[in-house]
Design a binder for this molecule. Structure first.
Ligand code: WT7
Length: 662
């Protein structure tokens, strides 16, 4: 990140074969000129642009007349409000009617050679039966249903069954602790939780239901726990009257259940995400706008066709899985991969074996996985990958060297690489190359998607800086269909976080540079959000977890660059008087983060020292980052510190921690 990636001046044209080869479908965009004219219309006349797009990509139960109402600055934008839509019909039924035997889900189990294909016909039956079961358990339109599941087809079936009833799912990533699960369930008062006995990942078994057993007593809104049995050989204790086996209830219901029809602004799902302060926010996505954004980005960025087989190795616990494993591909009617395992099991060639066996046409992963595989060595990049056309990267800036490795070694120079920039809140990609047409610059997310008026703002003056060759923070000047509408029970928080910082625009929280050609280079977060292997965490949440330990007086958490995981968490801790640091205490502190948030949030390193505070009590994290980076000569002005000499103590403590770890 310190490297000025924009200095990397390679420009790569998308491979010509994507337009010429008889064996590939005709691309959804034919040229850069077509992109430019569509983009220009989408900004000048969004009503016509999105109106046409929505009529083309969505089946309307009642056609809309009004495309757009409200505005971004008033945080009241709403789309297609006088229409009616059935989300599940659009995702499942219409394909089941037109192409019943086409594959919808490609399940690749953790164990090699296990798994199965599920056709659209089968998916309709499975989703209907499960919707019937949920309805029998009292789930109705607008209810919230929590999902705590691994990457198996039943997870997708559960999501689709929830929305088939017009209910709202809230997926909680299956790595979160009982305490995090409890907070999320209580914030949105979920009625029911769907989970699994245990998950299979990388050859290991991870208990899931036992986490829910711990959360349940603290979640008064929950009535039942629905449990899918992944491991019949594991004997899982069930609580009479509360826990229900999936296989005991679901087969009792008919293979067709009518899909709910809702207003396009009806919430489709909630997804909790970390911000720079306070508790996680339940980001609310709506039905019409979100599904349109998911479908349109799949079509134009990944060039996804109904005949394609999309491969995203993400997890539905995060937004990437929602939009690019489930909602986008199923809107298009293509097949989509559900991969339960990891890139390293049974060995580092797993991804490419998946691509060959299922003849995947798109492949979408995070730079952290790309770095892991690059480091493992090119010998693992084997198997036939000739089915691939577009490779995608997501979650953090991709270094030019990783981009080139992905392009040359994985893609053999035959695929476009799309570096897709977006967020939980944006619903779908907002800056990315359009696979088959945009000239790529490795390290740049390139150009805005249709309908996104991306602007660079000078963080000091708060003014939009027009023109090219400008650096600042990234914002969006208009509303777009898939943008989050609000935060669950927290519209003020929504406004404060995204709209107040720079009035009139949506603030992303990322720094960015727009180069001379108008290409956008994402610099990373400018707030206290850290990104660990594509998992978004707030430093404030980790600090709160550390503070919950009796021995801790104060703490400051920073993200520092890490070769593999992008960033790593380092925690500075000031102990209470008379407490002495030792290995046992370190273990307890790590445990309190693991049990409060989840194992993936555990600090890589703990440093026991004073904290650099200003006279008003604000911790200067910049100083901590500089010291950790070994850039003690660049600490800069410390005169605002209450006690400038703490800097020496911190440098000393960091040295000590380094030596201990070495
Ligand atoms: C943050 C959003 C959206 C999918 C996964 C993460 C960072 C995301 C890129 C990219 C540089 C990226 C940003 C953003 N980010 N994609 N292509 N290049 N940075 O979703 O958890 O909501 O995190 O991820 O910092 O703000 P998320």
């Amino acid at each position: 990140m310190t490297q000025h990636a924009a200095d990397y001046s390679v420009v790569l044209e998308p491979p010509a074969r994507l337009h010429k080869d008889a064996s590939v479908p005709k691309p959804n965009l034919s040229s850069m000129e077509e992109y430019k004219s569509m983009y220009e219309q989408s900004i000048r006349d969004p009503t016509t642009f999105w109106g046409n797009m929505a009529r083309e990509m969505i089946h309307w139960q009642k056609p809309f007349e009004t495309v757009k109402q409200g505005s971004i600055e008033n945080a009241d934008a709403a789309w297609f409000t006088d229409g009616l839509i059935s989300p599940c019909y659009n995702l499942v039924d219409r394909h089941a009617i037109e192409r019943p035997n086409d594959i919808a889900l490609i399940y690749e189990a953790d164990e090699l050679n296990e798994g199965r294909y599920i056709t659209y016909r089968q998916l309709l039956a499975d989703v209907s039966q499960f919707a019937g079961a949920l309805a029998a358990l009292g789930v109705t339109k607008g209810d919230r249903v929590a999902i705590y599941m691994p990457m198996i087809p039943e997870t997708v079936i559960a999501m689709l069954a929830v929305i088939r009833l017009g209910a709202i799912h809230s997926i909680i990533f299956a790595g979160f602790s009982a305490e995090s699960v409890t907070d999320r369930i209580n914030d949105s008062t979920c009625k029911l939780i769907i989970t699994c006995d245990e998950s299979h990942r990388g050859g290991k078994r991870i208990p899931l239901k036992s986490v829910i057993n711990r959360a349940f007593p603290n979640c008064p809104s929950l009535t039942n726990v629905l449990v899918f049995q992944r491991s019949p050989e594991a004997s899982t204790a069930m609580e009479e009257g509360r826990d229900i086996w999936w296989h005991d209830i679901v087969p009792k219901f008919p293979k067709y259940y009518p899909p709910a029809v809702v207003n396009p602004e009806h919430p489709l799902f909630l997804l909790y995400t970390s911000g720079s302060t306070g508790k996680p926010k339940g980001v609310v996505h709506t039905t019409g706008g979100y599904l349109l954004g998911a479908a349109a980005t799949c079509k134009y960025i990944f060039d996804l066709h109904p005949t394609d087989r999309m491969g995203c190795a993400g997890d539905v616990g995060w937004i990437t899985g929602h939009t690019y494993i489930v909602y986008g591909p199923l809107m298009i009617g293509s097949a989509t991969l559900i991969f339960e395992g990891t890139p390293a099991y049974p060995d580092y060639s797993r991804y490419w074996s998946i691509v060959e066996r299922h003849k995947l046409t798109q492949w979408y992963i995070a730079p952290t996985a790309i770095r892991l595989l690059q480091r493992a060595g090119d010998d693992y990049v084997k198997y036939d990958r000739s089915s691939l056309r577009v490779l995608g990267s997501v979650g953090e800036p991709i270094a030019p060297e990783s981009f080139m490795w992905y392009y040359n070694v994985v893609g053999q120079g035959r695929c476009a690489v799309a570096d897709t920039y977006w967020q939980t809140e944006t619903g779908s990609h907002i800056v990315s190359s359009m696979g088959p047409v945009t000239p790529m610059k490795p390290g740049s997310a390139t150009l805005p998607f249709f309908g996104i008026d991306a602007v660079i703002i000078d963080p000091i003056s708060g003014q939009i800086i027009e023109g090219n060759g400008v650096e600042g923070v990234l914002a969006v000047r208009n509303s777009w269909p898939s943008a989050a509408r609000t935060v669950w029970k927290g519209h003020d928080r929504f406004i404060d976080t995204y709209l107040k910082p720079y009035p009139g625009v949506y603030f992303t929280g990322d720094g960015a540079y727009r180069d001379k050609d108008g290409y956008i280079w994402i610099r990373g977060r400018v707030d206290d959000v850290v990104n660990i292997s594509g998992h978004r965490l707030s430093t404030a949440e980790i600090e709160a977890a550390l503070l919950s330990h009796d021995s801790v007086a104060e703490s400051a958490v920073v993200g520092i660059p890490d070769e593999l995981t992008g960033q790593a968490v380092n925690a500075f801790i000031l102990l209470k008087p008379n407490v002495v640091a030792n290995a046992d205490l370190e273990k307890q502190l790590i445990m309190s983060v693991r049990s409060t948030i989840g194992p993936f949030a555990a600090p890589r390193k703990l440093i026991f020292s004073d904290l650099p505070k200003t006279r008003s009590g604000k911790i200067m994290r910049r100083i901590l980052r500089k010291i950790l980076a070994g850039e003690t000569d660049q600490i800069g002005d410390v005169s605002t510190l209450a006690e400038p000499k703490v800097v020496e103590h911190i440098i000393h403590a960091v040295h000590h921690a380094h030596e201990k770890n070495a």
